[in-house]
Design a protein around this ligand. Structure first.
Ligand code: TEU
Ligand code: CA
Length: 510
């Protein structure tokens, strides 16, 4: 039996506003993505995940959806989507879209109806509660971004509605069967169009405790979205999985489970009947230290593997500072790329990390995101010319540092660049069954070094050995007669390994 495609795939996240602009309005769009598919083919990614492009008032730049089954005009239209999908598929690139099931926009027709009166048939599609006796919010849950209450009073009907994110993002009430049915239909809409699957936004939050118990006082400053872990979500996920299984062709779902605890994250794979993949975010918040990374690997071995579940790895996304910024040097970003692309599991790249982009320095007057996440959403520079491939208009956010040097065209012309390193890593992964699906065995290594062997599962292909020197010193590491397949700094590739790792160097040996 062949293994599912998403286990060996490398997925590339595209934040559509920031990727490529086709019509010179300074905002990236679907046609812009389509025109840049050659870059992705050349790089060698297997799939793209496109962040939301649905109709939206853009209070949260598309994560506030007012129509799940249409494209926002700023990004194009359904025909543009169909063309993007067809052209991606023609290149063998799968397409995942971003489904936002926890909430809608407050401008979604469902919510407009729901808030119109207490008797409206859609009242129960959202979570409405009376003020507490004597007035005040129903519980102490805190919303993400604002750190204010997760409740907003609707003056007209005298009740509060729940929103774990912005007030413009009311939470759907998944205990209501009509919500389940309507949301399942939004999946079918896109599955019918041919998408290969979904990234599912804050999926762990869709089921809530119907009693809405307050969060413990010591966690009262933590957004409830990072704490919500109610058992009812698991049955909802099995229902969602059932919708995907109505379709052929290995459709998949990867869930954003924003609980910073790998043991909890692992439960969302269910018994092989919930998420196919779950994002595990503790590594994304892990500093550049060998011991800390060893712990992260051990957590996956302890909690994900025993379920027969397949891990994921991610270092950057559209919500957090890029790892190039967090780790503060290109040498580390290169070594981190070797790590990310050689661990056991599905790696997710965030557009621009292959260019070694740092977050943009966004002056206060240009900050537009209520969560302050603008820096990592800076536009991707495509060439060295002043518009960097974005046509005339000033893009919606400032450029990342050094767009004249750090752009796709300039780095493609430089074989020693980080972009070429990513390409070589992807090419090696693609031809190495050990890297794609092999077991991972951690090896003894000197302090500050993480070393592991990737062992082919069924004797298919050769094992490879990976060593990452997290320190600023050269380190001796004896591992027998091996050849350097890839080195993060390019030094010694194709030559026999000499038994020493350079400072902050990572190598793949085989
Ligand atoms: O993010 C959910 C989420 O939990 C994060 O925003 C988290 O609070 C943040 O990373 C803290 O570091 C998802 C989307 O990825 C995000 O862009 C949306 O704003 C949010 O859901 C609401 O839809
Ligand atoms: Ca545009």
């Amino acid at each position: 039996m062949s293994e599912p495609w998403w286990q060996s795939a490398v997925v590339y996240q595209i934040y559509p506003r920031s990727f490529a602009d086709s019509n010179g309005d300074g905002i990236g769009d679907l046609e812009g993505i389509r025109r840049r598919l050659d870059h992705l083919s050349w790089l060698g990614v297997d799939a793209i995940w496109v962040s939301p492009f649905f109709r939206s008032p853009m209070a949260d730049f598309g994560y506030d959806v007012s129509d799940f089954c249409d494209v926002d005009p700023i990004f194009g239209d359904l025909a543009d989507f169909d063309r993007l999908l067809a052209d991606a598929h023609a290149r063998g690139i799968r397409v995942l879209i971003d489904w936002v099931p926890n909430h809608t926009s407050d401008q979604h027709p469902w919510f407009i109806e729901s808030r119109s009166s207490r008797e409206n048939p859609k009242r129960g599609w959202y979570t409405w509660r009376d003020p507490r006796p004597g007035g005040g919010v129903p519980n102490n849950w805190v919303a993400a971004f604002t750190e204010g209450p997760a409740w907003t009073l609707d003056e007209r009907t005298g009740q509060y509605y729940l929103h774990l994110f912005l007030a413009e993002q009311p939470d759907l009430e998944w205990r209501h069967p009509e919500v389940v049915a309507a949301m399942h239909d939004t999946l079918r809409f896109w599955l019918d169009r041919g998408v290969d699957g979904f990234r599912m936004d804050v999926i762990h939050a869709i089921g809530k405790d119907p009693d809405l118990p307050g969060d413990p006082p010591e966690l009262a400053a933590t957004p409830h979205s990072a704490l919500n872990d109610h058992p009812s979500t698991h049955a909802l996920l099995r229902g969602i999985r059932g919708v995907l299984e109505e379709y052929d062709g290995d459709r998949m779902m990867v869930g954003e489970v924003f609980l910073l605890d790998t043991a909890k994250v692992a439960t969302y794979y269910g018994d092989g009947d919930e998420l196919h993949l779950a994002f595990n975010f503790p590594p994304l918040f892990t500093p550049w230290r060998a011991e800390r990374w060893r712990d992260r690997l051990a957590e996956v071995v302890d909690h994900v593997d025993p379920r027969g579940a397949w891990p994921t790895w991610v270092l950057s996304n559209h919500d957090n500072r890029r790892h190039r910024t967090r780790y503060r040097s290109e040498a580390r970003a290169r070594a981190a790329a070797v790590l990310l692309l050689t661990l056991r599991g599905t790696p997710f790249l965030y557009a621009g990390e292959e260019l070694g982009l740092e977050d943009a320095d966004v002056p206060p007057e240009r900050v537009v995101d209520p969560g302050g996440r603008d820096g990592c959403r800076a536009p991707i520079p495509w060439d060295a010319a002043p518009g960097h491939g974005w046509g005339g208009a000033e893009p919606w956010l400032p450029w990342p540092p050094d767009p004249g040097g750090r752009n796709t065209e300039t780095l493609r012309a430089d074989e020693g660049s980080i972009l070429h390193l990513y390409r070589r890593l992807l090419a090696l992964r693609r031809r190495s069954p050990a890297l794609q699906r092999g077991d991972l065995v951690t090896l003894d290594a000197p302090e500050g070094v993480l070393a592991y062997r990737r062992q082919p599962v069924d004797g298919e292909g050769d094992p490879v050995l990976v060593a990452v020197n997290f320190t600023r010193e050269p380190v001796q590491l004896e591992v027998g007669p091996e050849r350097v397949l890839v080195a993060s700094d390019g030094v010694g590739e194709g030559e026999p390994y000499r038994g020493t790792l350079a400072p902050e160097q990572a190598v793949i040996l085989g």
